[in-house]
Ligand binder design. Structure first.
Ligand SMILES: NC(=O)c1ccc[n+]([C@@H]2O[C@H](COP(=O)([O-])OP(=O)(O)OC[C@H]3O[C@@H](n4cnc5c(N)ncnc54)[C@H](OP(=O)(O)O)[C@@H]3O)[C@@H](O)[C@H]2O)c1
Length: 168
């Protein structure tokens, strides 16, 4: 675990689905606001595919780090090339809060390094079609430390925000 590495995700409650065809499952206005407020003025790390799914990039007022095995350079964004490089970066920048922002592939790799999980849990009626998923949150490893009320949008399922701390 590394103290300043956090994970942030929006997933469905029943199947932990997070995306389809390279896109998000739902565009939840209040959740996007929550994501912005939580990550603003901090550092975000995301896989190259997720980075290119952002309609506006880099995300403003955050240090954007793209995880890629390629050598391309991106305007106003930094690149790192392995999980170890991200871990080293976090250890070298203890004053930065580093939010792992997906996708599927990246979440699976970073669960063992994260100290906190920011989960938006979408309460879908029946399992939604998806091709990207978030890993199980092992209750032996994680403790829920906060939970919001449900937000009930007009045209999407209700959802709430949860925060988990890793058990020490
Ligand atoms: N619901 C949510 O909160 C949420 C958040 C984010 C994403 N998503 C969804 O997740 C899906 C995308 O996930 P994905 O798994 O297909 O793609 P991804 O994780 O965004 O990107 C995968 C790419 O990241 C790079 N990468 C991953 N691990 C690496 C490592 N250890 N070292 C170096 N580079 C590494 C590679 O880039 P190169 O090919 O350039 O080497 C790889 O092809 C989309 O549907 C998206 O909408 C959902």
């Amino acid at each position: 675990m590394i103290d300043n590495i956090y994970v942030i995700v929006a997933m469905t409650k029943k199947t932990r689905a997070i995306g389809i065809d390279g896109d998000m499952l739902y565009h939840l206005k209040e959740d996007l606001k929550y994501f912005k407020e939580t990550t603003l003025n901090h550092t975000i790390v995301c896989g190259r595919k997720t980075y290119f799914s952002f309609p506006k990039r880099p995300l403003p007022n955050r240090k954007n780090i793209i995880l890629t095995r390629g050598n391309d350079h991106y305007d106003q964004a930094f690149t790192l090339h392995s999980k170890d490089q991200v871990a080293q970066y976090a250890l070298n920048h203890p004053d930065e809060k580093i939010f792992i922002c997906g996708g599927d592939n990246v979440y699976k790799q970073f669960m063992d390094l994260a100290s906190k999980l920011y989960i938006t849990e979408i309460d879908e009626d029946s399992p939604v079609e998806a091709d990207s998923f978030f890993p199980q949150i092992d209750p032996n490893l994680w403790t829920k430390v906060s939970e919001s009320d449900y937000i009930i949008p007009e045209k999407a399922p209700r959802y709430k925000s949860l925060v988990y701390d890793r058990n020490l």
